[in-house]
Design a protein around this ligand. Structure first.
Ligand SMILES: [Zn+2]
Length: 249
């Protein structure tokens, strides 16, 4: 099977496009490997990102899983990301990762035929469960709103090149740039903002794709309207939209 999964609200691929090449249901009986296979649109290779915040409990190579990462989440569920490219793992055991943080690059290591992300969700008894409802945001990993906000801030800080501590302040705000459909519309911040706006319930955003278009503008305008900013769809610090997004005065 080959199917594009729409409305992925909790992405595991950085560009946000998830092509399902093998389903949980038609997977082999091997429990260790039970999950789904994903690639980017047009068989593109993408970075693998954390679906939700949590603690890295495994980051290593195995003969079958290849280079893989396991994250334990707030609700004690575990996500597993297999077959990543050699020398691409960005996290180590013991690290705390934010939602959306890059774990490595999709690859073909271990028991794999062709580059793909094999994504597995395990319950606290280490029994695999269907990952799809998690990608679609129908189920979550117990991440609190506070956790999510912190992840958002960390992702913004990382992109802006300031200290990554998840606590917004003047140093973060001062580095922010204008984002709109006309300015920096393909900046890496766009994807982070799309995911955050979706989380806040601005469904106008649609599928996060890293490009600020008319849907993005529509969502920003409503956010601005509801947060006493000038509703022009342009995110700047001058007009205080960045302040509101970062919960600063
Ligand atoms: Zn696979």
């Amino acid at each position: 099977m080959s199917l594009i999964i729409n409305e992925v609200t909790d992405a595991v691929l950085e560009k946000g496009v998830h092509y399902l090449t093998s389903d949980y249901k038609d997977r082999n009986k091997d429990r260790m490997h039970k999950g789904i296979d994903l690639i980017g649109k047009g068989k593109s290779i993408d970075n693998v990102i954390a679906i939700s915040s949590g603690k890295v409990i495994t980051s290593k190579y195995s003969k079958t899983a290849g280079n893989y990462v396991e994250i334990e989440h707030a609700n004690k569920y575990i996500t597993r990301y297999l077959h990543m490219k050699d020398n691409s793992l960005k996290v180590k055991k013991g690290d705390y990762v934010s939602k959306g943080e890059i774990l490595g690059t999709m690859g073909n290591t271990g028991n794999s035929r062709g580059a793909h992300l094999h994504f597995v969700v395990l319950n606290p008894n280490l029994v695999p469960v269907d990952p799809l409802p998690y990608l679609l945001g129908e189920k979550d990993f117990g991440e609190t709103e506070e956790d999510y906000f912190k992840s958002f801030v960390k992702n913004v800080q990382k992109i802006l090149g300031v200290k990554v501590d998840g606590i917004p302040g003047p140093s973060t705000l001062n580095k922010t740039i204008t984002i709109s459909s006309k300015t920096n519309n393909k900046h890496p911040l766009v994807l982070v903002l799309q995911n955050y706006l979706l989380y806040l319930g601005y469904d106008e955003v649609g599928i996060p794709d890293g490009i600020a278009g008319s849907r993005f503008t529509k969502a920003v305008k409503r956010f601005q309207l509801e947060n006493a900013c000038v509703s022009d769809g342009v995110i700047t610090k001058k007009q205080k939209t960045w302040q509101k997004l970062l919960k600063l005065k």
